[in-house]
Design a protein around this ligand. Sequence first.
Ligand code: GTP
Length: 313
Amino acid sequence: MAERRIADPFEHLITLSSRDMANVINATPIGICITDANGQFEVVNPAYCDFYGYEKEELLGQHFTLVVPKAYRDKLSQLHDTFIAGNEIQELRQEWEVRRKNGETRTIIAEAARVHGEDGAPRKVTYVVDITNRKRLEEQLKQANERLDHLAHHDELTGIYNRRAGLMRLEEELKRCQRYGSKLSVVMYDLDSFKHINDTYGHGIGDDVLQEMTQLMAKGIRSTDFLVRLGGEEFLIIMPEVDVSSAYLAADRLRQQAAATPMTTHALIVTLSAGVASYMEASTTRMLDRVDKAMYRAKQSGRNKVIIADDVT
Ligand SMILES: Nc1nc2c(ncn2[C@@H]2O[C@H](COP(=O)(O)OP(=O)(O)OP(=O)(O)O)[C@@H](O)[C@H]2O)c(=O)[nH]1
């Protein structure tokens, strides 16, 4: 370790025993380095060398940017100069990406203090704590939360909005209608005789039908529409700013497309029955009830049909 002594804040320790002081710095698990006004390493403790994977001799006298990824070198060099020259900031605490000798990138928190040696020249003392694992855990936690959030709002099989998210959306759209008097329509679809498909071809093929039907619907709607799997083989499309006759046309076009599209490896033709309802001063439950009744009537009148809900039910 260089013998130059740093005055404040360690002066009293050095006066007591410079050997004790050196022992403390050498034994501390925190990486410590001292750089001179030119940014060259004057002191590096073993923890600092271990962390970066260098021998002490390889670092002493070198510019500190040796351990900084190329992309940040200019910035950190400038920051070092400003910090050394500055009068106001005495301490600095920042998170950085650094580079070990073997090329590995790690994340650290570096805290720095400006001190003056007995020669009167300013120096920067930097304390380095490795937070790479903590950052990795934070990132994993963030991704897990995002996944949970996605699962809470999306249907696992089809990837579209689930019932809960769909009803929340419908509630919001209804409020918008009440406030601004805008239009809104909903279409409720139910796959026809779906139990027969499951019973004949198995649940796996039934799942394939649900996924392919979802894709067909997703392709056929506007980007402003919301496609929801209400449950089982029942779907809802929320169509903001669409009146009942346009919604009917869109719903019937999808019904025709479904009836003309062979699905799964068995080339199954699966038809849809649908109800259509438009906004009247109604609650979410009331609107769903009206559209459900219309869909039920489509089933009763022979399936593969779209029926518009009565204004009053
Ligand atoms: N494969 C599969 N089947 C499901 C899923 N959810 C619900 N089902 C099945 O969907 C079928 C719905 O049957 P029903 O309610 O009798 O309706 P249907 O056979 O379509 O008859 P109609 O609606 O009257 O035309 C049942 O066999 C359920 O087990 C799912 O996620 N995957």
